[in-house]
Design a protein around this ligand. Structure first.
Ligand SMILES: CCCCCCCC/C=C\CCCCCCCC(=O)SCCNC(=O)CCNC(=O)[C@H](O)C(C)(C)COP(=O)(O)OP(=O)(O)OC[C@H]1O[C@@H](n2cnc3c(N)ncnc32)[C@H](O)[C@@H]1OP(=O)(O)O
Length: 224
């Protein structure tokens, strides 16, 4: 169990320059794909134009697919401690559906992000899907646990939807509440301009194998 996960934590030894080069190459591609996802939803182009656009997309798929990796991206490290979880569904730099961009950490341990949730995150008409809010909270609470030195897997995530969350600008934040043994209790919320929409408490449990390597899990800087 542990081994199969650890196999996806890979020290690949890339230089900082190479990581920066990859960010500059693939970051904009992810942004383009993200815009395409929204366009697939919103375009009013007629059937001929859609067919024409799809030919271009097929050409792009052919170029991008001729040299590719298989399987999940996992988490990759280099010597200077930079880590990349670029496939992460909530925050991955190369994942076009990941809604979280930049993650911030205050001196008091509060971790937060300002996010724009466009129409592709819709649940109830005009509002954010409840599962998307839970996704944001799972990630940000997990990061608050990790950045406070208590990384763990989500054991329990309790989510309370207090009021509807309109699509658009949202603020997500979390903070470590307390630690009991291998369990880190973290609280957080999603808010719009009017106040808190969704509250959460998460229990993040460090598996035994993670405790054994806790320093390397907790010391790593925020993902990029
Ligand atoms: C060199 C590498 C460097 C790496 C750097 C990067 C670090 C990255 C780290 C962190 C990322 C932060 C961002 C993440 C954000 C996203 C997180 C997710 O989406 S995680 C996916 C969803 N979660 C799962 O799939 C978990 C599946 N469940 C499990 O794996 C296990 O059940 C686990 C680990 C949660 C617990 O298993 P046990 O075997 O360790 O637990 P037992 O020994 O039975 O219990 C320990 C204590 O926890 C309580 N407990 C057990 N399960 C619980 C639960 N589900 N909820 C609450 N409490 C639970 C028990 O009652 C016990 O408490 P008592 O010590 O007696 O007080």
């Amino acid at each position: 169990m542990t081994d199969s996960m650890l196999e996806l934590y890979v020290h690949d030894g890339l230089s900082d320059e190479e990581i920066d080069r990859q960010k500059a190459t693939y970051g904009p591609l992810t942004k383009d794909v993200r815009e395409l996802i929204q366009l697939a939803l919103q375009t009013r182009a007629d059937a001929d134009d859609v067919a024409r656009a799809r030919e271009h997309l097929a050409a792009a798929r052919e170029i991008l697919g001729c040299d590719r990796e298989d399987g999940p991206y996992g988490t990759r490290f280099n010597d200077s401690g930079r880590f990349r979880n670029w496939g992460n569904a909530a925050i991955g730099l190369r994942n076009a559906i990941a809604p979280i961009g930049e993650l911030h950490e205050d001196a008091d341990g509060r971790v937060w992000a300002d996010i724009h949730l466009g129409p592709i995150y819709e649940g109830p008409a005009g509002h954010v899907h409840g599962g998307v809010s839970a996704l944001l909270l799972d990630q940000i609470l997990g990061d608050a646990a990790r950045l406070s030195g208590h990384p763990g897997m989500t054991g329990t995530l309790t989510v309370r939807y207090r009021k509807r969350t309109p699509l658009g600008a949202v603020h997500v934040e979390a903070k470590l509440d307390r630690v009991e043994g291998r369990k880190a209790f973290v609280v957080g919320h999603v808010a719009d301009a009017e106040g808190i929409c969704v509250e959460a408490e998460g229990i993040f449990i460090a598996p035994v194998w993670m405790v054994e390597q806790r320093d390397s899990f907790a010391e790593t800087p925020r993902p990029e």
